[in-house]
Design a protein around this ligand. Structure first.
Ligand SMILES: [Zn+2]
Length: 425
């Protein structure tokens, strides 16, 4: 992690560059997988699971008794922690429900909108050594609150053909109806096209490696909606003299340990804080089981010293971080200046880890600069807002002349006739 002092504005774009991802070669690997699943369904899934996950799965769907078994395997303390997180995530996402208002736009013309759940949604949870059961909660709880009638989950099996018990337990407590043992691009294809066993869904959510991400983007061109484009995780920390270097270092490392391609940036006006934080990072990283990954991520990472907090907030907004921590006594004021960010953590005790797990906000957030235009997953992602309107004879008399005038100006005579025929005395 390098310290960069007072860079010129002209150099900011270079300093804010993310580790490059080249997805073109990935598309050419993923496309045949999608095609094969579309053509051969379950048979293709079994073959890909054998090829990529090195395991034969007897049945794709996780049987009912496996959930009870998982419940016994997850220890009590973890269950209590999951319950705490579940409650907070539910409370926060319920707050996102809005009661739609009926609006009279003109006398006799009533318009309103209604949020109607997407009937079938598919969640993807990556496998691997550290199963992301927290992501099960983050994606399934809002789906459940929104009222999605079918919530399916795909996740790859381990070497013995099983799913991690914490993933199954989280699925059960967050109301998931079906879990399937399949991962990778083939799982995305299964949910996009449907197979004999796995139902086709209308929207796919969830993180994944570059193959999963490429598959989601490819199927979203015509077959199914997706949550958002996903990339490597990132964190920006804004800190001043009021911050504690050890706290800041711990936050930088908590993000760096996600993966070798993660990126963390520290912005500060204090040279002393920059140096002390760097020392702390070097001490704390040695103690991490995932030190290797974290060190790789730190190579993509920087500490940037600028003259003023205004400059810092400009640079942070240029970067559009997925996560932003403002470690300052003045966090509330600085928060007003945030324009581009996925999720913001204010003050010295608001560690980003809290948002990853249990504070209640969603941890599925826009990466790779998408925070300029996208928000993280929330209840709106699981519903369509359908608009309704009802017009009385008086209402049509009030807006009819405007409609006819505009239709005729666009040379759409039938449109104008549809009004005229109703207004005839
Ligand atoms: Zn994290």
């Amino acid at each position: 992690m390098k310290i960069i002092r007072y860079p010129d504005r002209a150099d900011w774009p270079e300093l804010l560059r993310r580790p490059v991802m080249d997805n073109r070669s990935v598309d050419s690997i993923v496309m045949p997988v999608l095609e094969e699943v579309r053509k051969n369904g379950d048979k293709a899934l079994a073959a890909f699971t054998k090829k990529f996950d090195h395991v034969d799965v007897d049945t794709l769907e996780v049987p009912g008794e496996a959930f009870a078994e998982a419940e016994n395997l997850v220890d009590q303390d973890l269950k209590a922690a999951i319950e705490k997180a579940r409650e907070n995530i539910e409370t926060f996402h319920r707050m996102q429900q809005i009661t739609p208002a009926r609006v009279i736009t003109t006398k006799g013309v009533v318009c309103w909108q209604k949020a109607v759940a997407i009937e079938k949604v598919g969640l993807y949870i990556p496998g691997g050594t550290a199963p992301l059961f927290s992501t099960v909660l983050m994606l399934a709880i809002p789906a459940h609150i929104a009222g999605c009638s079918e919530i399916v989950l795909c996740t790859p099996p381990d070497k013995t053909g099983k799913i991690h018990p914490a993933v199954l337990y989280a699925a059960k407590v967050s109301g998931i109806t079906h879990v399937y043992k399949v991962g990778g691009a083939q799982a995305i294809a299964a949910m996009a096209y449907g197979t004999e066993t796995i139902p086709r869904v209308y929207k796919i959510f969830g993180p994944g490696n570059q193959y999963v991400t490429a598959a989601k983007q490819l199927v979203s061109r015509g077959d199914v909606a997706i949550d958002m484009p996903a990339g490597p995780s990132e964190l920006a920390v804004v800190a001043d003299e009021s911050a504690t270097p050890a706290f800041v270092a711990s936050d930088l490392l908590s993000q760096a340990e996600h993966g070798a391609d993660s990126q963390v940036l520290l912005f500060t006006t204090s040279s002393k804080l920059a140096e002390q934080t760097l020392e702390e990072v070097q001490v704390q990283v040695q103690l991490l089981p995932r030190a290797e990954l974290a060190r790789k991520a730190l190579e993509n990472s920087r500490i940037i010293i600028l003259k003023s907090m205004n400059d810092i907030m400009d640079m942070v907004n240029d970067y559009a971080p997925e996560h932003l921590i403002i470690a300052s006594d003045n966090a509330d004021d600085l928060a007003e200046k945030v324009v581009n960010a996925g999720s913001v953590f204010l003050g010295h005790y608001t560690t980003e880890s809290a948002g990853d797990y249990a504070s209640g906000t969603n941890h599925t957030l826009p990466t790779n600069g998408y925070a300029r235009a996208y928000n993280g997953v929330n209840l709106d992602d699981y519903v369509k807002k359908i608009t309704f309107q009802q017009i009385s004879p008086e209402g049509l008399r009030n807006i009819g002349p405007a409609v006819m005038k505009m239709a005729e100006a666009e040379e759409l005579k039938a449109h104008s006739n549809a009004v005229a025929i109703r207004l005839k005395p």
